[in-house]
Design a protein around this ligand. Sequence first.
Ligand SMILES: NC(=O)c1ccc[n+]([C@@H]2O[C@H](COP(=O)([O-])OP(=O)(O)OC[C@H]3O[C@@H](n4cnc5c(N)ncnc54)[C@H](O)[C@@H]3O)[C@@H](O)[C@H]2O)c1
Length: 265
Amino acid sequence: MQDHVLLVTGGASGIGLAVVEAALAEGWRIAIMDLPGPGLEAARNRFDAAAVRCTGIDVSDESAVVAEIAAIEGEFGPLRGAVNSAGIGRDTAVLATTAEQFRRILDINVVGSFVVAREAARAMRGRDGAIVNISSVSGMKGNEGRAAYGASKAAVITMSQVMAVEFATLGVRVNVVAPGPIETPMVRETHTAEAREGWMQVVPMRRYGTPEEIASATLFLVDSSKSGFITGQTLSVDGGFTVAGLASGTSLAVNSEGFDPTRAH
Ligand SMILES: NC(=O)c1ccc[n+]([C@@H]2O[C@H](COP(=O)([O-])OP(=O)(O)OC[C@H]3O[C@@H](n4cnc5c(N)ncnc54)[C@H](O)[C@@H]3O)[C@@H](O)[C@H]2O)c1
């Protein structure tokens, strides 16, 4: 096991939990920050406390985050990476979204990620550290029902670009992973059968991704031996959703029938 610690917010569920498992397999020690509750307790029971520290914290609570990162550094080990996966989402029509709901989403998804990244960067200065913020394809496209969520995830991308520039000479890289639809507890709660059908029509690979697929892209961006000159970038892991234009199965079938790979086209 390495000395260095990877902080994972939202590490008790879904994508964050998959990052924790993949990082443990690579020899990292992990500090999870997640809301107090059954998810965090399950993580605490599941993992060896010497390898995984689990702390109940709301990432939008600035003083709690500041204190916990200081405690990780003092009691657990030096931070070398941070993944901001804690987040909330809710599909609500613009006309039905209150300012309070909008602010709550911004507070957790943007301000929470901001405070964690800022404190992690302070701790990791000069250590060849890396931060990965989990955004969403909804931060890049106008997905219905996602005014607040999409705005929060777009903000995560811009914030990460600014951090990448400001931290570049501190030896801290900052990148973003933007998942498409991924089978996690959040999605099982929020995607109706109709929403699932809608996604199937617009994701060229015609499936949901897995948390493990997001975890491996995230760990690539954390690992400076693999991505040491990459900073400020957003990697969409979305089965082709963000690059798709016209994706009609019929016209593709016609074209590929006439395709001869041995001839120059
Ligand atoms: N699942 C998807 O399809 C999808 C797609 C794009 C982006 N994302 C993003 O990926 C991230 C993880 O989502 P997921 O699908 O794994 O969701 P999830 O609900 O399974 O996990 C999110 C975790 O964050 C924690 N969390 C929520 N609010 C918190 C707070 N205030 N403080 C600390 N922890 C908090 C939750 O307790 C939970 O353990 C989120 O940022 C989400 O927006 C998910």
